[in-house]
Design a protein around this ligand. Structure first.
Ligand SMILES: COc1ccc(C)cc1NC(=O)Nc1ccc2c(c1)[B-](O)(O)OC2
Ligand SMILES: [Zn+2]
Length: 262
């Protein structure tokens, strides 16, 4: 497919994605509305473990849809394991979705309520698949940690990311970003909901085991506002579009159940 011709606008937004990506109307699409008292407590669901101590962040980039921090995934130095996962999944990248001024911005919602933003920490099954691209297209290829961000005080470590955003204002820009460990973006509890879903952006592959943490982290309106100085457009484009509301609304649960950790 030539370039990314999808976005979050009226013409190219989530309601139009099915034209180029028919799987948008599939049976395991994400995000979803999570209804806590309909989630099934499953005693077989153990805790998740995040082994990030040896992680090596590489760069931070604006891909025209979000701001992404990439990691060295050439070995199993940083993985997520346990919980619903049969194998360790290798840390690949994390990125955010957020709203406009004051309005919602998360992708998953909880009993119909959205958060201001949502962080996605993406991992892939390097035990079963040779490359990320293969894994991203396989039903058990990806494991994504979803973390809600709610508004309140400044997040003490988020400044390490917001301080770098001016370097990646435009689509296609990237800059070195070494020594960042996503462990500092985790809430105190790793209790989670889990279900089988998809990428929430095209190509919308139905390849994600979602692990959505119940406890949000807290960031300030000021910090969130810095994400909105990013732009969807490249530096050379004359149409300036502020990067905000880059979230897909909840999709039909269809025949799926959501399980809850203990
Ligand atoms: C053009 O993009 C691609 C081309 C080829 C392949 C194999 C994959 C991608 N995209 C991809 O992995 N996106 C992607 C990966 C993980 C997540 C999301 C998007 B999200 O739902 O936002 O959160 C979790
Ligand atoms: Zn995402």
């Amino acid at each position: 497919m030539i370039g990314d011709h999808w976005g979050y606008g009226k013409e190219d937004g989530p309601s139009a994605w099915h034209r180029h990506y028919p799987v948008a109307k599939g049976n395991r699409q994400s995000p979803i509305d999570i209804i806590p008292n309909e989630a099934r407590r499953d005693s077989r669901l153990g805790p998740i473990f995040l082994k990030y101590d040896q992680c090596r962040s590489l760069n931070i980039a604006n891909n025209g849809h979000s701001v992404v921090v990439e990691f060295d995934d050439s070995d199993d130095r940083s993985v997520v394991l346990g919980g619903p996962l049969d194998n360790p999944y290798r840390l690949k990248q994390f990125h955010f979705h957020w709203g406009g001024k004051g309005c919602e911005g998360s992708e998953h919602t909880v009993a119909g309520v959205g958060y201001a933003s949502e962080l996605h920490v993406v991992h892939w099954n390097a035990v079963k698949y040779k490359t990320y691209n293969d894994a991203a297209a396989a039903p058990d290829g990806l494991a994504v940690l979803g973390i809600f961000l709610e508004l309140g005080d400044d997040h003490r470590w988020l400044h390490m990311i917001t301080d770098a955003l001016y370097m990646v204002k435009f689509k296609g820009s990237t800059t070195d970003f070494k020594g960042f460990n996503p462990k500092c973006l985790l809430p105190s509890s790793l209790h989670y909901w889990t279900y089988l879903g998809s990428l929430t952006t095209p190509p919308l592959h139905e390849s994600v085991t979602w692990i959505v943490l119940k406890e949000p982290i807290v960031i300030s309106e000021k910090q969130l506002g810095m994400f909105r100085m990013l732009q969807f457009n490249g530096e050379e484009e004359d149409q300036r579009m502020r990067m905000e509301n880059n979230f897909r609304p909840p999709q039909n649960l269809k025949e799926r159940i959501v399980r809850s950790s203990n």
